[in-house]
Write a protein of this length. Structure first.
Length: 439
């Protein structure tokens, strides 16, 4: 027996963001650097001179909407394709249909949403059809195309970078939703300018998030004789958790760790701790950050402050013991310490120059005098002959050469004059001076 569902006849209402999706360039909000009067993308769309292109930008800035606007303007056949639900079979079917259309003089514009989700083989399947003009490819991605799209395919597409909407653009979008016939024109929503600004800031440049949050506040608003009242309490509940733009394997991951490194290198503890917390609040593994700090301690501080490395190792152990959220203060201690420490990259330069010599120069044999001679044969071959034991001398130094003859005068480590490395530099200069003068 079929059960009765009281909700069968209830009309399905599309989300506010879908109802308000712009159908023309005049309705589109944001991206004035691409779509303002006289700008190249606007001219391409208005003239219907579409070529293969990639829209790259964060979520909610209009990538899919632009593709739909192109669909409304173009005289070509427009095919909407999703990388989430489609595979090689579907690609080949679409490409075969595009080939047939081309023979009849009809262009095919293929829009691929989230194109970065296609693997290399799937992306390669597009390439021959783009090359021979069977399709005009429009891809949308939140990931850096340099990393996520095959170079051969990328070289045949123009990349347009879409930016986060500004706060004022978000305000325009929200105000339009209140008076739009597909929005809340007929519901008389009572919401203040300050409350709209809270939503605009909460959305962080994401139009979809802004409209979704507005919709949530209206649905939970207090119904009165004057309309739907949005209170501060309701607004606070709807904006109590910001979804941070952060992908632990994507470009923003590398942007933020780069910002952390460069802020510490620039001795800016405020910026450094800010970017550290951005990563943690976005879900980054604290042990990853701790490992990067350990690297920084040697690469950018080095012997200018020899305590930086053990402190960062201790911070790693503290993160392992405490976990999140308690370990953020352990990381903050290390981040601020590194920011304020004297800086020297002498260790990093020494290691890099040694690696370069190993790559580019002949690998010279180890000098006989510093080889061990554990067997009689090795002694007969003069292994260890001429070795000078530094502890047997008054100065604890010898003038024995340890580098191969071809690199005898090579200097890799050149201490800076910062912090404690100043003392190291003075000591090294004394050693080199003593070795340069025979008794």
């Amino acid at each position: 027996m079929n059960q009765i569902n009281l909700f069968d006849d209830r009309p399905v209402v599309a989300p506010l963001a879908s109802r308000l999706r712009p159908a023309s360039l005049e309705e589109f909000v944001g991206q004035t650097h691409l779509l303002g009067p006289g700008m190249i993308l606007r001219q391409i769309i208005e003239r219907d001179e579409i070529s293969s292109m990639i829209f790259w930008g964060p979520p909610g800035v209009g990538k899919t909407t632009l593709a739909r606007i192109i669909a409304n303007h173009t005289r070509s056949e427009f095919v909407d394709f999703s990388a989430v639900t489609s595979g090689i079979k579907e690609i080949r079917e679409v490409m075969a249909a595009a080939d047939r259309s081309r023979l009849m003089g009809i262009r095919t514009v293929l829009f691929v949403d989230e194109i970065h989700r296609f693997n290399k083989a799937q992306q390669d399947a597009f390439l021959p059809y783009v090359e021979k003009g069977s399709i005009i490819l429009i891809g949308a991605t939140t990931e850096n195309p340099s990393f996520e799209i095959n170079s051969a395919l990328l070289s045949r597409c123009r990349v347009f970078v879409l930016k986060q909407l500004t706060e004022e653009e978000m305000m325009d979008l929200l105000k339009r939703a209140l008076v739009h016939p597909q929005g809340y024109r007929d519901q008389h929503v009572l919401i203040s300018e300050d409350q709209l600004r809270v939503i605009a800031r909460f959305a962080n440049g994401d139009a979809r998030t802004a409209l979704g949050t507005l919709e949530m506040t209206v649905l939970n608003g207090r119904i009165s004789s004057d309309g739907i009242l949005v209170t501060d309490e309701i607004l606070a509940q709807c904006t109590n958790r910001r979804s941070l733009l952060y992908d632990k394997t994507g470009e923003e991951h590398y942007n933020l760790i780069s910002a952390l490194h460069k802020s510490m290198r620039n001795s800016d503890p405020d910026a450094a701790v800010y970017y550290m917390e951005r990563m943690l609040q976005g879900g980054e593994d604290p042990l990853y950050i701790a490992r990067r700090l350990i690297r920084f301690a040697s690469e950018d501080v080095g012997l200018a402050d020899p305590q930086a490395l053990p402190l960062c190792v201790a911070a790693y152990q503290a993160c392992h013991f405490n976990g999140m959220p308690e370990c953020d203060v352990n990381l903050a201690e290390a981040v601020i310490y590194l920011s304020m420490a004297p800086k020297s990259n002498a260790l990093y330069i020494a290691a890099e120059e040694a690696k370069r010599d190993i790559r580019e120069k002949p690998l010279e044999p180890v000098p006989l005098q510093i080889r061990n001679a554990p067997t009689r044969l090795m002694e007969d071959l003069h292994y260890g002959e001429g070795y000078q034991y530094a502890h047997d001398t008054k100065e604890k130094l010898t003038r024995m050469h340890c580098l191969p003859d071809a690199l005898a005068d090579r200097r890799y480590y050149r201490p800076a004059g910062e912090g404690q490395e100043k003392e190291v530099r003075e000591r090294l200069e004394e050693i080199l001076d003593w070795k340069a003068h025979e008794n």
